[in-house]
Every structure is written in C-alpha cells, then in structure tokens.
Design a binder for this molecule. Structure first.
Ligand code: FMN
Length: 321
C-alpha cells in the first residue's frame, strides 16, 4: 500500500507507533521499524539531549530503517525548556525520520529540522488545531479522537467524526489515532480520510515490549468500558479505572490542589508499576482500544495482519459495487 504517509517517511506500511512514556524503548522502536512501520522513542523519559542521543544510537544499532521520536512539549518538573530545545537539536543532528510533537504548538525548531531533512508532525484533537498545524508548516497532522490513550483533548470528539472533518479542512497528510488496533480500524480510517494510522496501546501488548507480563495479560483481558476520562482539573487523561483513578476523582471532588493531582499520577510511579506488573500501582493511560486487543503478538505479526486485513476489508467492500 502506497500512501502519502509511506512516501513522507520512506516506510513500507502506513503504520506508526505513538509516543508512550517509559514504554517505547529502543527494542520496541526497532521491532516496529524492522516490520515496515515507523517505530518511535519518547524523548521525555530522558533528562538530557545526550541521553536521548544514546537511545537514538541504540535504535540505529538495531535497525537501519527509519524511525521517529515523540517530544511531548508541556510544562514539566523534570524537563527544562533548554532540554526540550536540546531534544530537537539532537533529533536534527541524528537525522531521525520524524518528530511527533504533542502538547504546546511551537515553531522555533521547524527550520532547523527541515534543513536536516527531519519531518515534523503534531497530534491534535480538534479541526481548529489541525488547521493551525498546517499553517505553522508541519509536514503531517495526527488526528487523535477521544478514544485515545494518553491525554485526549477535552473537546471529547470521537475519531470517526473528527477525522473526516479534518480531512475536509487541511491538505497535509493525515494519520488517524485513537481506537486503531487492526486492519478493520485501518480500513475505516483510510475511508474517513487518513493516509495512515498511529497505534500505541496495541504495541504495548507486543512480544517486544519490555513491560511486565502482568500488564500485557491485563490489557488482553480488559474491556472497552474499563477506561475513563479523568484529571479534569489539570490535563485531561484517559486511564484504566483502577484505584489510582478513583483516588484522583476523589481528590478533584474535594477541591485538591493541582500539585496533589500531579503527584497522584506521577510518571515515576508508572515506571515502577510497569516494571513490577502492579496494575493498582499507577495511572495507566490506555486507550479504549484495549477492548479490541485479545492477543500478545510480535510487532511483525501485528503489522502484517493489520495490512492483510485492511486490504481484504477494502477489497470486500469494493466488490459490493
Ligand atoms: C501508556 C501510554 C503512554 C502514553 N504516553 C504518551 C506520551 O508520553 N506522549 C504522547 O504524546 N502521547 C502519549 N500517549 C498517547 C499515544 O501516543 C497515542 O496518541 C494514543 O495512545 C493513541 O490511542 P491508542 O492507544 O488507542 O492507540 C500514551 C499512550 C499510552 C497508551
């Protein structure tokens, strides 16, 4: 399948991995790229440009295929503005294929990245933000519906409505995310105007993902009704309905300070819980897509099956006419 996304990144299949704090390491990233998609590492789990460079070189030692870096641009206790600029500089120097930006809309780094041949994309949850991204000179837009894991925009619009509206509003290539797990969702996204898909939660339940087996087996059992939106007073997130999510809801109901909420959902706790397989130890920002993930597979099997089923689905529908 050739689309504007395979052309943009020089990849075989229009499937890219979304940034996942702590989860997307060099091994997972390389496995996705080796399978013909675009793997990714998440810059915000490093505290300096040099540490990110080391991770990028680790990926390069495992694959010579293109891959990307997610940079989640937000006010952070761990990462200074200077370090964020270092992340962009290192990505330009290392000539990664793509930077997936989420959070703030910034532009300072775009000329430097384009001069280095690095593509730059931004994840958005609204038509107005997609139009802004196009105006600012980004190469592609990632359309994230409210189903997505992580931090869906509080406009709360589903991928099925947001995607065709964005496709009618911008000319740059489009990736769909939020609820994308297989060839059926990919076929639907292509029909709604996407040039490719981004999956995140699906790659968590892969053989190459380092997280504890308890977490992967939990994902396979969870249902689409097992996540909820929370953190309404800080930065809205979607997470699994466990005791941490309940505690955050209670804190918010009692008017807790934002700093208390941020402490309750701390990234450090997540890292520990992912390592130990403790499903009650942190806020797990999984997407509603967990309801459609039934097996732990290799990244190659996930990508090959997605492509085969997308093609089969589109051919079967075309044969109706
Ligand atoms: C465990 C986890 C951690 C995530 N961390 C980040 C992150 O650090 N930065 C970011 O931009 N998006 C993050 N996301 C969101 C994904 O990149 C992606 O937008 C979203 O999960 C897509 O929906 P899906 O999970 O249904 O595939 C995270 C998602 C998950 C599941």
């Amino acid at each position: 399948m050739k689309t504007r996304i395979t052309e943009l990144f020089g990849i075989e299949h229009p499937i890219i991995c979304g940034g996942m704090l702590w989860v997307t390491d060099a091994k997972l990233c390389a496995a996705i790229s080796e399978a013909g998609g675009l793997g990714c590492i998440t810059a915000d789990q490093y505290t300096s440009g040099d540490a990110l460079r080391e991770a990028i070189r680790e990926v390069k030692a495992l694959t010579d295929k293109p891959f990307g870096v997610n940079i989640t641009l937000m006010k952070s206790f761990r990462i200074t503005e200077e370090t964020f600029m270092d992340f962009f500089r290192v990505c330009a120097e290392e000539k990664v294929a793509n930077i997936e930006v989420s959070g703030l809309f910034a532009t300072d780094f775009i000329p430097m990245l384009h001069a280095a041949g690095v593509k730059i994309t931004h994840k958005v949850g609204a038509v107005r933000h997609a139009m802004k991204i196009e105006r600012l000179g980004y190469d592609a837009v990632i359309v994230a519906g409210v189903e997505e894991g992580g931090h869906p925009l509080s406009d709360n619009v589903a991928t099925s409505v947001l995607l065709p509206k964005v496709a009618e509003s911008v000319k740059i290539p489009i990736l769909a995310t939020g609820g994308m797990v297989d060839g059926k969702s990919m076929a639907a996204a292509l029909c709604l105007g996407a040039d490719g898909i981004m999956m995140a939660t699906r790659f968590l339940a892969s053989e190459e993902c380092w997280v504890h087996d308890n977490i992967k087996n939990w994902i396979v059992q969870l249902n689409e009704t097992d996540t909820d939106l929370f953190c309404h007073t800080t930065l809205q997130a979607r997470g699994v309905k466990n005791s941490v999510l309940k505690k955050v809801n209670e804190l918010e109901k009692n008017g807790a300070e934002p700093s208390e909420i941020v402490r309750a959902v701390s990234g450090k706790k997540l890292l520990q819980a992912l390592r130990e397989g403790d499903t009650e130890g942190a806020a797990f920002l999984f997407g509603q897509s967990i309801g459609r993930i039934h097996e732990i597979k290799s990244c190659k099997a996930i990508i090959d099956e997605t492509m085969a089923v997308a093609e089969e689905t589109l051919r079967a529908k075309a044969a109706l006419f």
